[in-house]
Design a protein around this ligand. Structure first.
Ligand code: ADP
Length: 266
């Protein structure tokens, strides 16, 4: 696996002429192998930004460069060899088996429409099944899996794409605590550059090297979690009262929240 350098400049997006700008000009640099968390309240523009990064939306202004190459200067196929995305909407083709879905990740690397996987494809598919602990499920149909198992299948499919940049949209949604921690642990361990949206600010602070905080389509902070997730910035972005406390010497700060007109719950 190879990790990419990601460079985002002046990136903005609106759905069309005369419509609201859903992402205001945003720029940041992410070194190869780093994990960036995108956080912000519902409707802040997180999904919009991710869609711009995996070349689903064409920017209204600005650019996305991966290892110095503008993704809109590359073919869709080449982009798919650089960037993979794990989205909240999962394939509705529940009749496919886990093995078949994971194999689909090889599509951008195949020549023509040759259906059969070569030896290298098979090796990469097996590696991804191993890494996500899916060998036991390879013959199962997607529709028969739990939410957590399905999430692992989607990550495995993304990895068989051999991306340098992995985009994840709320990868911990609908997962219980153990599976949340497992997915985050995996994210941390992958030698790829990763951009992920996350709802849980404490999990985001624990797993990410950098945080981009969005509010109403505006980037209002970018940098290390301890700097960006200040009580003031979190209060402003989420319209809550936020408190940061150090729970122990070994753990970083922990954020707690309450509504402005109510005291902290005890
Ligand atoms: P988040 O992921 O932070 O919840 P989104 O990026 O999904 O936010 O959405 C930001 C805002 O843009 C929301 O108000 C949403 O309803 C709106 N929106 C998203 N996509 C479109 C679109 N294609 N056309 C019009 N409005 C959109």
């Amino acid at each position: 696996m190879t990790a990419a350098r990601l460079s985002v400049q002046d990136l903005s997006w609106s759905p069309g002429h005369g419509t609201a700008t859903l992402l205001q000009p945003t720029g940041f640099e992410l070194a190869a192998g780093r994990v960036l968390g995108i956080v912000g309240p519902n409707g802040a523009g997180k999904t919009t930004l991710l869609r711009l990064l995996y070349r689903y939306y064409r920017p209204t202004t600005g650019s996305v460069h991966i290892d110095g190459e503008d993704i809109w200067g590359l073919s869709a196929r080449t982009t798919a060899q650089r960037v993979a995305a794990v989205l909240q909407e999962q394939p509705s083709d529940f009749a496919l088996t886990v093995g078949e879905i994971v194999a689909l990740g090889r599509t951008p690397h195949r020549r023509g429409f040759a259906g059969n996987a070569g030896a290298r494809d098979t090796h990469i598919i097996n590696e991804a099944l191993d890494l996500l602990d899916l060998h036991g499920l390879a013959g199962r149909h997607l529709g028969t899996l739990s939410g957590g198992e399905r999430q692992r299948v989607m990550v495995a499919r993304a990895l068989t794409q051999e991306p340098r940049l992995l985009i994840l949209d709320e990868p911990t949604n609908h997962l219980d605590i153990r599976h949340q921690l497992e997915v985050l642990d995996l994210i941390r361990s992958l030698p790829l550059t990763i951009v992920t949206s996350l709802h849980d600010l404490n999990l985001a602070a624990g797993v990410c090297d950098a945080i981009l905080l969005l509010q109403s389509g505006h980037p209002i902070g970018f940098g290390p979690p301890s700097e960006v997730l200040s009580e003031t910035a979190v209060a402003q972005a989420f319209q809550v009262v936020a408190r940061r406390e150090q729970l122990s010497q070994s753990n970083g700060d922990h954020l707690t929240f309450h509504l402005p007109h109510k005291g902290p719950s005890s």
